[in-house]
Design a protein around this ligand. Sequence first.
Ligand code: AMP
Ligand code: ZN
Length: 664
Amino acid sequence: MDIKEQILQLREALSQHNYNYYVLDEPSISDFEFDTKLKQLQDLEAAYPQYYDASSPTLRVGGAVTKNFETIVHAQRMYSLDNSYSKEDLMDWETRLRKMVDGAIAYTCELKYDGASISLTYENGLLVQALTRGDGTQGDNVTANIKTIKSVPLKLRGDYPDKFEIRGEIVLPFEGFNAMNAERIAAGEEPYKNPRNTASGSLKLQDSAEVAKRPLECLLYSIVGENTDLKTQFENLEKARSWGFKVPTIAKLTDSIDGVLEFVNYWDIHRHELPYETDGVVVKVNSLFQQAELGYTAKAPRWAMAYKFKAEQVSTRLEHISYQVGRTGAITPVANLQPVELAGTIVKRASLHNADQIEKLDVRVGDWVYVEKGGEIIPKIMGVDLERRAADTPKTVYLTACPECETPLVRKEGEAHHYCPNDKGCSPQIIGRIQHYISRKALDIEGLGGETVALLVNEGLILDYADLYELTTDQIIHLDRMAEKSADNLVNGVQASKDVPFERVLFGLGIRYVGETVAKKLAKHYKSIEALSKATLEDLETVDEIGIRIAESVVDFFSKEANIQMVSRLILYGLQLQLSEEALSNQTTQLEGLRFVVSGVFETVSRDELKALIDSNGGKVVSSISAKTSYVVAGANMGPSKRTKAESLKVPIISEPEFLEMLS
Ligand code: AMP
Ligand code: ZN
């Protein structure tokens, strides 16, 4: 088989697997097989750039960076929808419809997906453009980001028209949303508030590789334009599905408002079982001919109507406010409620977020509060029923001392949370830090779980993670539920963690804001804990993607004697606190002090590999050209505006071979 054929076959196979996995939800091969094939294709494409294809599945990983999203006028306006809230509203709507069209009216009922609207344009079966709704008249060109979403077909199948637009919603299913938040919490970051905002925020990220990492989905609901011979909305949905789009099968065709209400009532209850968020139902006149007759008002189509589910709200009594201390010392106030049923579960607690939120709602113990369950998993307090408040209810005074160790709390300028500063003596912080240290993405210590950590701390056997390395089987064998075998496992697991590479140890140290990715960046840049511990604020800030917030946190960590001692002990016990020989051997300082802008498509290496080369040879990759840029490495299709800018600032433009020459 010749190379071209091989490339085409791999692309075909990978597209089919993407489709099976992300559109049909029926994976046909293992992740490992998929990754192997993808790697094969990436290698072939890198070696044979003449077969470049803008629809290749390898482009799903992203890489293109957009500084300013181009604004583009929609070929057809993206309207909003009129809302209805009751059976009467729907009946009134039907009466209006009957005055404007002849004949029987049938309706398609669909779920109203709660995310960010998107309009996709396909030409000859290929995705050529993706626009956000914007103000309805014009939106932002987010094509590069949308291409990374696996359920968006880059290439269609079947009998699609030459050119058409299709609209849908980008959503973030709960499962992916929760996983993203778990990662943020592990890095000591504020979790995202809800899936909808996170989905719409994702569309405007500058780095498409970041978008690629987010588990977004695209659900389609309408074909725009007159290029098809379809006659109804329901057929539209089926057609779009046959072309390879993800079109939810939860849709119903009915010929009466009663039929619509059945659908509404069913999903009002069962929506909690869906993998993504929905805030209502969209009812559409099924006949496209009738739709055309009905047309649009200034704001919305006359032929469609949203039916909004009532946000599920109950009122209950606030029994008391408790305060939780996180691993970083952040205090979270929690409302403890008189148990009440809401959206199918019994709710006993709700988050109050922080002092400002309590102040804003003016919630007081004893109040009757309105509790809602939105996209978030933890219910929220929306307000207080002031009529039921007893006259002598005292105003809530926020906690001033840590509930665990009684240290006075501090609150930094501009931060939402109060903190307990007693990081070395406050037990939830001590336990939380060690739990983080042993977690899977950090030191991944086998044979030791979160509860055992708490037990070891409470028994006074360990105070910080360095103490783990002095634990003996004899010490722990006496503990509750600890058999000899598990004691051995624990000690062995701890010993084995000495082989874990530097970047993961660095992540495990639990420096605030130093998540997995930041830890990798810092490890690579500084190469050893020793160098990192001596870095100044200014120095840290020159590292790619390290901002002032992270820099301050790192400097703060190493300014504490206790932390320095703990790290020294880890070095003594033999942990990896510098890059290994192997990692180092791929590194040079040849490009030290040089700043590169990378633009276009490359032949022998991918754009990411090129950036990694610059990085590991001491150079710095920056995203926009300025007078400080040393070189622009230009591949094929470099943007003309970049070229002009480089020329006007007299920044040398070099080709890929010239760059590789610099390194050899
Ligand atoms: P609104 O923004 O509340 O006026 O509602 C209009 C938005 O609902 C549209 O821009 C769509 O993005 C979104 N939407 C979600 N699901 C659907 C659906 N099944 N049909 C039409 N629009 C939908
Ligand atoms: Zn404390």
